[in-house]
Design a protein around this ligand. Structure first.
Ligand code: FAD
Ligand code: ZN
Length: 479
């Protein structure tokens, strides 16, 4: 079958949706559907019978109710930057994408700057800017922030580069509004920091990847905007030393560290070679690099504190070389290298992506074990781990020869997930499970976990119309 075969849907369903949403609210032409069924890096592609684009909570509720009646599977989508194939449909052509991209209203900015209420289609960067305009910070920050949207950030419980200081998306949410699988609207849109009234229902939807409800709006917590910020780049010998540096910074500057990121020398050189305008922050190459950011709400004084920590690091012989950003341009260059790791290496082969976590002290073992395994078993592959080492979370990218991806990718990922599990870690730290890691998850999850997850799914979505095949498949839901 080609991607452009006629849709396998009751045509009356789409007619009713068209009547609810109007012409701007439904996409049916195959070429226009294409961006909604293709992932961010254009590595995977699904099929959809149509894309629904509601502009309000009432419209979302009305089309979900129609889908429930007609038993049409829906794939909620916000910014389509997800990395585990959770926001694009499967290959069946039966699924319909439900895009929140038109729901971009900022509903409320608290006059005291304590919270902001936004719709699910708001782009993360817009929310950050809105907070900055009133002298506040919305701290969720990640490479895709110009494209990902709040609904997707909530549904994936996104992490990013400031988790160390502010937590994951789950920690930044005060309230939610959600359309349930039968089309009813659950109003949990409170702006309370404390609310111990039984089960915290909103937390179930956060991280549920579109399988329990469609998030339409959220009340998000805002924070004081840091006024003094220091960004530091260090060359280090390896992950073990990187953790010693982390320990020193925790001891001397614990609550002001906002980011602590690790990169390989290979990844840094790739960024300097392939990303326009990017320069290595240090004159010489180093085996590994750290990007560290400290910030606080005092106007100044952080620079002197940082100098004291750096002196100690040098005395202890932890760093090979180091520099700090003296201008916004230098800081941007450092972050471009970090955020551009995938982009810089994408033309070197097929990038097999992953996102794993282990207790932080075991990071070096994980890197060493995987490096040894790749060298011995898949020498054609280059291992490029990088990321949020301060959270015990690394993105293990493997660059594989495109013609051997089918054979190598499952081997590499299985090996990685086995190592991670043996070290007491998890196969997803922040990207989620989607369709990509579903089987790997179910093979490793204890039977009682599987039973409880399937029962939650059945309670919220008894007919399995919300993102079937993501996190759970039909068989697990019925078992
Ligand atoms: P989508 O891709 O549209 O959807 C993601 C999932 O959420 C899907 O399962 C979808 O069905 C579900 N969903 C979407 N909207 C809704 C809704 N309104 N209601 C219910 N379910 C919904 N992630 C991190 O956590 N940390 C990072 O540091 C990070 N860096 C990245 C860097 C790059 C360059 C890229 C491309 C991605 C990165 N990601 C990162 C992954 C991705 O950006 C996040 O998962 C993000 O939260 C997804 O948001 P989105 O709006 O694009 O969601
Ligand atoms: Zn990340």
């Amino acid at each position: 079958m080609s991607a452009f075969d006629p849709p396998l849907l009751p045509s009356s369903f789409l007619e009713r949706c068209a009547a609810i949403l109007g012409p701007a609210g439904i996409v049916r032409e195959p070429q226009s559907i294409e961006p909604y069924v293709t992932d961010f890096w254009r590595q995977y592609r699904g099929r959809a019978a149509a894309v629904l684009r509601p502009a309000s909570t009432a419209e979302v509720a009305a089309v979900v109710a129609e889908a429930a009646r007609a038993r049409v599977p829906l794939v909620p989508q916000s910014g389509n930057t997800g990395l585990v194939r959770g926001g694009i449909p499967d290959a069946s052509g039966r699924q319909v994408v439900l895009s929140l991209e038109r729901m971009t209203r900022i509903r409320e900015v608290d006059p005291r700057g304590e919270h902001i209420v936004v719709e699910a289609g708001c782009v993360l960067e817009t929310v950050q800017q809105k907070a900055a305009e009133i002298g506040r910070l919305f701290p969720l920050a990640l490479g895709a922030q110009g494209s990902c949207r709040i609904g997707g950030n909530l549904a994936t419980n996104a992490g990013g580069v400031a988790v160390l200081r502010y937590g994951m998306m789950r920690d930044l949410v005060l309230g939610l509004e959600v359309v349930l699988a039968d089309g009813r609207v659950w109003d949990g849109l409170k702006a309370l920091r404390k609310d111990n009234t039984g089960y915290d229902l909103k937390q179930l939807f956060i991280g549920s990847e579109g399988t329990l409800g469609v998030i339409t709006a959220a009340a998000l917590e805002l924070f004081p905007a840091p006024k003094d910020r220091q960004t530091l780049w260090l060359g280090v010998e390896g992950p073990r030393i990187a953790l010693d540096v982390f320990e020193l910074f925790r001891e001397k500057a614990g609550e002001v560290i906002s980011s602590f990121e690790l990169l390989t020398g290979f990844g840094v050189e790739a960024a300097c070679a392939h990303l326009p305008g990017v320069r290595r922050p240090l004159p010489e190459p180093h085996p590994w690099h750290l990007l560290i950011e400290l910030s606080w709400s005092f106007e100044d004084g952080l620079s002197e504190k940082l100098e004291a920590v750096m002196e100690r690091a040098l005395e202890m012989g932890l760093v090979r070389d180091g520099t700090r950003a003296e201008s916004e341009a230098q800081r941007a260059n450092m972050w471009r290298i970090r955020e551009g790791q995938s982009e810089a290496t994408r033309h070197m082969g097929f990038i097999v992506r992953s996102d794993v976590t282990v207790p932080i002290g075991r990071i070096p073992e994980l890197v060493e074990r995987m490096a040894a395994w790749v060298a011995g078993n898949a020498p054609a592959v280059t291992l490029v781990p990088f990321g949020h080492v301060g959270d015990g979370n690394l993105h293990f990218n493997f660059i594989a020869p495109p013609e051997r991806v089918g054979e190598l990718a499952p081997l590499l990922l299985e090996r990685l997930y086995d190592e991670v599990t043996a070290l007491g870690g998890s196969i997803s730290a922040e990207h989620g499970i989607g369709r990509m890691k579903r089987e790997a998850l179910w093979r490793r999850r204890p039977a009682l976990d599987r039973e409880l997850m399937a029962r939650i799914k059945a309670a919220f979505d008894p007919h399995g119309i919300l993102n079937p095949g993501v996190i759970l498949d039909g068989a697990e839901e019925r078992s």
